[in-house]
Write a protein that binds this ligand. Structure first.
Ligand code: IMP
Ligand code: MG
Length: 190
């Protein structure tokens, strides 16, 4: 099946405004956690780890972290959930290495879209198994579908209808990630 862009669901301006709000909200939440641990800055060295789920979250994360006035580091995890050209979730699997040094750190899992919930559930579980001090999740989009698993996102930018979207990091068959807006696709034959 071939697809082309149907309509713009979220503009660059809408996304930028919301990402700014998310950055502030997540930062405030983390500041509170750090404050509760005491204000010893040494103790705070490398306490905050952003963990974007590759590849889709790379654009969102790049914008989000620049709205977070905090000392933080970034690790990556790659998850495979849509093999080939399929547009339906077939489950989530970690591809390659998962960072192994999350013990005692406040981890913010960042993803482009929350669909079945499998990705967030998988990554959150692995972070908790490592003994992270806290695990928060921040997704740009939350698709209004019945979730296959119960792993709600702590922060979500926009609720969107159950449609396949691309752009701003999200792909179809590896393409469209570089679109600055979030758009829906329409079928244009085989
Ligand atoms: P979940 O594990 O089903 O929650 O799916 C999350 C992952 O599926 C995301 O990280 C995306 O890579 C992918 N995904 C889900 N819905 C869409 C979509 O509409 N467009 C592009 N990718 C999607
Ligand atoms: Mg993804």
């Amino acid at each position: 099946m071939k697809y082309e862009i149907d309509r713009v669901l979220l503009s660059r301006e809408q996304i930028a405004k919301r990402v700014r709000e998310l950055g502030r909200a997540v930062s405030a939440d983390i500041e509170k956690k750090l404050h509760a641990e005491g204000d010893d800055t040494e103790a705070h060295a490398d306490r905050v780890v952003m963990l974007p789920v590759m590849t889709g979250a790379f654009v969102f994360t790049a914008d989000l972290v620049r709205e977070m006035p905090l000392k933080l580091s970034i690790r990556l995890v790659a998850v495979e959930s849509y093999p080939g050209t399929a547009t339906e979730s077939k489950g989530a699997k970690i591809r390659g290495a998962m960072p192994k040094d999350l013990h005692g750190r406040h981890v913010v899992v960042v993803d482009d879209i929350h669909d079945s919930g499998r990705t967030l559930q998988l990554i959150k579980t692995v972070c908790e198994e490592q003994g992270a001090a806290s695990v928060m999740s921040c997704v740009l989009l939350d698709k209004q579908v019945e979730k296959a698993v119960d792993a709600p996102a702590d922060y979500a930018g926009f609720e969107i209808p159950d449609e396949f979207v691309v752009g701003y990091g999200l792909d179809y068959d590896g393409y469209f990630r570089n679109l600055p807006e979030i758009v829906t696709l329409k079928e244009v034959g085989r």
